[in-house]
Design a protein around this ligand. Structure first.
Ligand code: ADP
Ligand code: ASP
Ligand code: MG
Length: 422
């Protein structure tokens, strides 16, 4: 007998038929004698729809009210799954974020989980009742509903797994594992049977949305075993999750000196960034702090940053990227701080994409970045900004070239599978 957390994403919960199929899969785990908690996402497309309502209502929406709106998608699917489970004879009930509770910070729309009180869950699970938990939501210090940022149900699942000391955290999605790049863009992408926490963390942070970044960081910190697998396999076949061929996220020690380990683990893209350039910022101490301070105050994460060399006039241009969803708020904050920062003008561009290559092999091999720049140059793709970390190189390019850039790099680093006909 094991204690397991099963998480089902939006496509897996999209409609009553799919929810019935999820219920059958959960029943199989219960029948195998396991204690089960299920974390669910909203139906595919639902959160986007709710976010758009907020934007339509006001581009400068109050994040606390945004949370009230967008958290509702998961409330619906958690209730529906509990009903579907009861209908096939599996005792089940839903536990909303505030009922457990899942305590979070006050950073509405991108809150972090502080603590989960798992007592009620553990008691329910031990009694044979399946606990169905809406992902993505919690209750903030201000006692109002909060959400964990897009894709946050993964983090809910890992946090619940850590809180109940689960033996496994199985993340069911619409692909059967983590691939060398998004398999919807590159059919020749290869499935990885194991990925280290560190590489997955980096891949997720640069756009491989198969797992939310925070979920991987939390799993690494708490030692939660994550498996990514498909909910679209036949739920009635006799295999249990232990034997399904998904991707395990593992510690570095579990991979060891795998001979087949590639220099590059994967390539990711992110179209959700927007570029802002402040023109003629005074080139003196404190100028950059005055730009990024107001953004940090409203919880906006700045990613790539370039400060150009000074003009003769003693001023400089500063370019950086912010999440596209935060662009309106960022522009508003920068407009308010215009006098204090002292810039002459501002331009912004949402039609950009960040392409990243990730691999721990970079630590010991030179030339990864130059190979990237050359492969892109050969296709006439212009690089607008660059950032690097120990195991990653990212470039910002025009959005229209995203798919081409990912394909070209996938081939350039020798990641293409051989047996796929495109
Ligand atoms: P869910 O709703 O189940 O949380 P998501 O849409 O958030 O699913 O994540 C799954 C999607 O992630 C896949 O459909 C795939 O298009 C995308 N994806 C991006 N990069 C990768 C990758 N490296 N490996 C697998 N899937 C990836
Ligand atoms: N429904 C939320 C989203 O679409 C959370 C999740 O699915 O993980 O971002
Ligand atoms: Mg997701």
């Amino acid at each position: 007998m094991a204690r397991i957390v099963m998480k089902f994403g939006g496509t897996s919960m999209a409609g009553i038929e799919r929810i019935r199929s999820v219920a059958a899969r959960v029943k199989r785990e219960v029948a195998a004698g396991n204690e089960v908690a299920v974390v669910v996402s909203a139906m595919a497309g639902e959160t986007d729809r709710l976010v758009n309502f907020c934007r339509e209502a006001s581009s400068l929406y109050d994040p606390r009210e945004y949370d009230v709106v967008v958290a509702s998608g998961e409330q619906i699917t958690s209730g529906l799954l509990a009903i579907a489970l009861q209908a096939i004879g599996v005792p089940a009930r839903s536990w909303l974020g505030w009922q457990l509770p899942i305590q979070t910070t006050n950073a509405h729309a991108s809150a972090r989980i502080d603590e989960i009180n798992a007592d009620a869950l553990i008691t329910a699970m031990a009694s044979g009742e399946v606990a169905v938990i809406p992902g993505f939501q919690g209750v903030a210090e201000d006692n109002r509903i909060s959400t964990l940022g897009r894709g946050g149900s993964d983090t809910s699942a890992v946090a619940v797994a850590a809180a109940v000391k689960a033996d496994r955290c199985d993340i069911y999605t619409d692909v059967d594992g983590v691939y060398t790049t998004d398999p919807r863009i590159v059919p020749r992408a290869r499935k990885l049977s194991r990925v280290t926490y560190e590489e997955m963390l980096e891949l997720a942070s640069v756009g491989a949305k198969v797992l939310q970044t925070r979920s991987v960081g939390l799993a690494m910190k708490e030692g939660v075993r994550i498996q990514v697998l498909s909910s679209f396999d036949d739920p009635n076949n006799s295999a249990t999750a232990d034997t399904l061929p998904g991707t395990m996220i593992v510690g570095d020690d579990e991979i060891g000196d795998d001979m087949e380990r590639q220099l590059i683990t994967g390539i990711a893209h992110d179209k959700n960034e927007a570029k802002i350039t402040l023109i003629e910022v005074p080139d003196k101490p404190g100028a950059v702090a005055r730009i990024f301070g107001p953004l940090a105050d409203i919880n906006i994460n700045v990613d790539m940053i370039i400060q150009n060399i000074a003009h003769n006039s003693g001023s400089t241009d500063v370019t950086f990227t912010v999440p596209q969803a935060e662009l309106a708020r960022a522009l508003d904050a920068l407009a308010k701080a215009k006098e204090d920062i002292g810039y002459a003008s501002l331009v912004h561009d949402s039609k950009v994409a960040k392409i990243s290559v990730v691999g721990v092999g970079m630590r010991s091999h030179a030339g990864v970045a130059s190979a990237m720049f050359k492969a892109l140059a050969d296709r006439g793709i212009n690089i607008q900004a660059i950032s690097t970390s120990e195991i990653k190189v990212s470039v910002l390019i025009e959005e229209d070239y995203t798919e081409l850039a990912v394909r070209v790099l996938h081939t350039a680093y020798g990641l293409d599978a051989e047996d796929v006909v495109e």
